[in-house]
Design a protein around this ligand. Structure first.
Ligand SMILES: Nc1ncnc2c1ncn2[C@@H]1O[C@H](COP(=O)(O)OP(=O)(O)OP(=O)(O)O)[C@@H](O)[C@H]1O
Ligand SMILES: Nc1ncnc2c1ncn2[C@@H]1O[C@H](COP(=O)(O)OP(=O)(O)OP(=O)(O)O)[C@@H](O)[C@H]1O
Ligand SMILES: [Mg+2]
Ligand SMILES: [Mg+2]
Lengths: 258, 258
């Protein structure tokens, strides 16, 4: 089972769009996917057509141990389950402030998951706090969506510091990979920034680049992954390619964990 | 003196771009502006060409009372000062968790500002926590940049709940105005969403709509407000129009406060 955090504290860089569409495309390839919405703003949940305000429980209750994943999840499609986010998640950090073991709540929840998923993906909020820490602590991999602007790499440095801290203090390895998102071919420096990311991350950067594609935004408004909304959309093609790259890593990941 | 929080917990909806360019355009109109970067990610600071990693002090030290605004600010241009953000701001919420009066730190800092600014603008982080609460507590007005996608209004509801809470519990009135940002004329529903915002906010919505304009993103990469980067950019024209609308409100605001 591969566990992948989708993380970047920068707002609006495509975490949720990646979480939704990579999950959907992996499910289309026959993998069994659980997507966990770890953001109190619950946009992954809304982007998959779930009415957040009607939910009695979600990821928060699972983290606090008052509900199981099986009882809380929403089936989205064949091979695609969602653990929905709710605003209760905004209480998590304050509630557990200073408590020992507060970084292990998601990891502990993973250990109680009954179904043998192929992939668990975690959509993180735009902050570098306790929720993101839990995701990096629990997952073996992280995808960092990087939107093409000048300061994107600067902020990523701080996220990589957290990964390093987790490696040293908790002896937990997170395999990180960068993904260029919202790429705008017409923007000056778009190419320079993408090259900058690729030089910094080298083979830790996906070959697939996700371009700006209004269909990705429209699909979310309909509560659909882009492939359900417009099969001919560039965004669908690119997230399918990303899913192919992720699946191709399977051999490599298994070797590393052996 | 008008005090305006630029707030919306949604990531990447144009808060920082609005904070930078509205400040710059108001300064061009001869107003004396202080822009306060209240985001630990300090993108307003970087977007104005200040090297955040070299700063010994910033907004955090001013909030905690260990440095004055005068000693901490960076002059950016004629009539345009910046109180720079630093990563220290990420400690603010945890440090003051549970402490009485923790929502008044920015308000108290305002009272110690020596210079008679015409406007203080505050760039908020993408979260609905203690920093944003401080901004709404300290400011008399708020601009809510709303990016055109389906769930934008849903999240804004929670921010408006915070405004309502502050009105009831602290008897403090924040005059809120919505700003449609990153408007993409080619996107289906872009128009519907903008109309939705205008119907919800009525005269509490700016007439000016900020369109997607790559020059806004490029200018920030150069550490410049867009008007310093490309005078012919649509983004410059639109933020100038926004500044005109804000200034036109001056009569109205003065009447309300009398
Ligand atoms: N490749 C793309 N092309 C066009 N629009 C996109 C693309 N990726 C994301 N968007 C849109 O940009 C906005 C921000 O994207 P998204 O919500 O995925 O980012 P995020 O990093 O999850 O944001 P947050 O930090 O708030 O969690 C959304 O309206 C989304 O639909
Ligand atoms: N009107 C616009 N046209 C094109 N790009 C824009 C526009 N407004 C903002 N951007 C770009 O979109 C990205 C996000 O904008 P910005 O940083 O202003 O949002 P924010 O709400 O402050 O984000 P955060 O939630 O992370 O603080 C930046 O790269 C910015 O340059
Ligand atoms: Mg998101
Ligand atoms: Mg910002």
């Amino acid at each position: 089972m591969r566990t992948i955090a989708i993380a970047n504290q920068k707002g609006g860089c495509g975490k949720t769009t990646t979480a939704i569409n990579l999950s959907a495309c992996l499910a289309r390839k026959g993998r069994d996917i659980l997507l966990i919405d770890l953001d109190p703003q619950a946009h992954a949940t809304m982007g998959l057509g779930v009415a957040v305000q009607d939910l009695k429980k979600g990821t928060y209750e699972v983290l606090m141990g008052s509900s199981s994943v099986t009882d809380t999840l929403k089936p989205i499609a064949e091979g695609f389950d969602l653990l929905p986010g709710t605003v209760m998640l905004s209480a998590f950090e304050q509630k557990l402030a200073g408590q020992p073991g507060r970084e292990d709540y998601l990891k502990n929840a993973f250990q109680k998951i009954e179904k043998a998923y192929d992939y668990i993906l975690v959509d993180c909020p735009p902050s570098i706090g306790l929720l993101t820490f839990n995701a990096l602590r629990a997952c073996n991999e992280a995808i960092i969506p990087i939107e093409g602007s000048f300061f994107s790499l600067w902020g990523v440095g701080r996220l990589l510091d957290m990964v390093e801290l987790i490696r040293e203090e908790l002896s937990h390895e997170v395999r990180v990979k960068a993904l260029c998102t919202m790429f705008d071919g017409r923007a000056k420096f778009s190419r320079e920034i993408a090259e900058d990311v690729m030089n910094n991350f080298k083979d830790r950067c996906f070959q697939t680049v996700i371009h700006v594609n209004v269909k990705l935004k429209e699909a979310a408004s309909f509560g659909l992954p882009v492939g359900e909304y417009d099969k001919r959309a560039r965004g669908f093609r690119e997230y399918r390619n990303l899913a192919t790259e992720v699946v191709e890593d399977e051999g490599e990941v298994r070797v590393e964990e052996a």
